[in-house]
Design a protein around this ligand. Sequence first.
Ligand code: EPZ
Length: 420
Amino acid sequence: MESFLIKGGRPLCGEVTISGSKNAALPILAATLLTQEPCVIRRVPDLSDTRFMVQILQSLGATAKLENGTLTVCARKIKGFADYDLVRKMRGSICIAGPLLARLQRARISLPGGCIIGARPINLHLKGFQALGAKIKIEGGYVEAVTKKLRGATIFLGGRAGPTVLGTANVMMAATLAKGVTVIESAACEPEVVDLAKFLNAMGARIEGAGSPTITITGVSKLHGAEHEVIPDRIEAATFMIAAAATNGEVIIKGARADHLRAVIDKLNEARVTVETRGETLVVRRRGKLKAVDITTLPHSGFPTDVQAQMMALLLLAPGISIITERIFESRFMHVSELARLGADIEIEGPSAIVKGGKALSGAPVMASDLRASAALVIAGLAAKGTTQVNRIYHLDRGYEQMDAKLRKLGAHIRRIQEK
Ligand code: EPZ
């Protein structure tokens, strides 16, 4: 297994270009199953998750090739069930269910496992499919949805933690080929849902209201091929913004969308980090000593849960008490114990982490546990004195394209090594 070896204490300076959004690309790749015609998707990030999704499309019978960030795919003839092992390994693959159900009137996929940040149920996805007229069966680790014909319906998709992003994506995709009109209430408003709707409409779907809590889909008889460029990854952009602030550097972030990052920019400003917006470029630098701030993660356009861990790493450097409350997932503080190895003083009280910031961090070996927790450990290592080894960075490679190369280009001392 591979690790990152980081020598901390060097400010990040220079320019970095943000890759395409992993969380937009995964449902968009799944949406190509909705048509027999070829599709071309650009700015697909080269990640283990996107490569996995391409394998899943191929295992379903589609021809798919991802080369230099462009995916050419054609799902002319496909089958309704995916390889158990492939689907079980990646949560994001659940979003092939909606397209398969719409295209073939049946979908059989392995139940996605939970993961380290929470149980990750799919009850809302299944509620949506049932409302559209599918019969659901769960047995032997598989979930099977079958229907004669999907019919439009009005569906409330809010759950115990608010809307569901991939649940909204799944039901929206299934509804594109349903007979009649579907209204999704309490829909997720994330930019990734908007990007998916844009691609579906380019394929001939009739979707209105994406980005708002109410999405209306008027079913059509078939969808045609289309081309699309994936939006930039707002979580990667936020990660580099925070790394710039944590190392007291000055970083120019190209290809980022400030309109996707309002809550993050607002919180960084409050913490005395300046984010200057120049079109699709953000310039990030600190304004003197960092200030402790409180964060609560919320559905979009609130503060994104996928930036919570990275922000915690930054707030270790802000003198005083910062309270970070995680409202989306039930156990998304796996990074806390590892940050403590670097000298962090954090106490967990239920859904909140109380960060006592301002203590100097010193390098140590730490273990990555999930995608965004790993990013937090890298940020803390960049800011710490001495050397930090982040082990099991396969977690990072799932969601960050060439993170080490991008950080080296900004002056970081970071190397990828084989874990001894
Ligand atoms: C997407 O996951 C993202 N993944 C996650 O990013 C992100 O953290 C999450 O949305 C929330 O923004 C992808 O897009 C591939 P949810 P998703 O359904 O859609 C509960 C990353 O780091 N829920 O919005 O699976 C669920 O347990 C990843 O890039 C139900 O109760 O998340 C959670 O508490 C991590 N029933 C809340 O809703 C359901 O049927 C939000 O989950 C579905 C979800």
